[in-house]
Design a protein around this ligand. Structure first.
Ligand code: FE2
Length: 265
């Protein structure tokens, strides 16, 4: 399996603090079944900006230490890029790190509580220039949770979605869990990611979440979202196959009433 979203590079963001923690996280993700990890530190336009060169250098250091430690995991560079108006321009100029440094797939983070007015414009500019936006953990975004039809609209336009595995265990609350399940039922998840910032307290966290994914989407699509789709990222190629997107409303309604029932009851 390939994890396309992790904060394993030490000292670059709010993820791993030092190399020791990095190695612990890498070992844990390896034990959960991941053979490839894309390191995606937070990248924000401004003073704290992290350049592709810095990310590449840190990735190389981690690769060396992981090899020395005898953990058979491939570490690839990437970034979780917080959206800003000139994002597409920067990406095309090579100033933003793409997933796997393939130059094609860009992991994009939206603010949690709003969708900036320039979001569609950024997606469009990326796409007309041959790049593919991958939205990080959409199930955690408040506006998208309230209006999941926007996810459907974006999917039909070619935007891809990455799910945080721990959303399924309720780490980010009942709403994120509900939307995570809705997206899995609705064929709206293309990739999974750990979004690991620390060592997980429970060794089985990722395995349990992966099991839920498998139960919802079935063996065939499980392989797609954990491996084959992500291989396209690593190879910098378009994804294979035609996808049919929909929203399975009964799941949404059922979960919604159950959710609100908690407050009424
Ligand atoms: Fe993240």
């Amino acid at each position: 399996m390939i994890d396309i979203h992790s904060h394993i590079l030490p000292g670059l963001d709010d993820g791993a603090i030092n190399m020791e923690e990095t190695l612990g996280m890498v070992r844990q993700l390896h034990e959960a079944g991941f053979k490839t990890l894309i390191a995606t530190p937070h990248v924000l336009e401004g003073r704290e900006f992290l350049s592709p060169a810095e990310i590449l250098a840190a990735t190389e250091q981690v690769r060396e230490r992981v090899a020395e430690a005898g953990i058979s995991v491939e570490i690839l560079p990437g970034a979780e890029n917080y959206i800003f108006p000139d994002m597409a321009k920067w990406a095309l100029e090579g100033k933003l790190m793409t997933l796997g440094n393939s130059g094609k797939y860009l992991l994009v983070e939206l603010p949690m509580l709003e969708i900036p007015h320039y979001t569609d414009q950024v997606f469009f500019e990326l796409q007309v220039n041959g790049m593919i936006p991958v939205l990080a953990h959409s199930e955690r975004q408040k506006v998208l949770a309230d209006e999941p039809e926007r996810l459907l609209d974006w999917a039909k336009k070619g935007i891809l979605f990455q799910l945080n595995l721990r959303s399924l265990s309720g780490k980010y609350g009942p709403q994120a869990r509900r939307i995570a399940e809705l997206m899995l039922h609705s064929n709206l998840i293309h990739f999974i990611g750990s979004d690991a910032h620390r060592l997980s307290h429970s060794e089985s966290t990722y395995q349990e979440a992966l099991q839920i994914v498998k139960e919802i989407v079935g063996e065939g699509r499980f392989r797609e979202v954990t491996l084959t789709n992500s291989q396209s990222i690593v190879e910098g190629k378009p994804m294979q196959g035609v996808r049919d997107y929909y929203l399975i409303e009964p799941v949404l309604k059922k979960r919604k009433s159950k959710f609100w029932g908690l407050f009424r009851g």
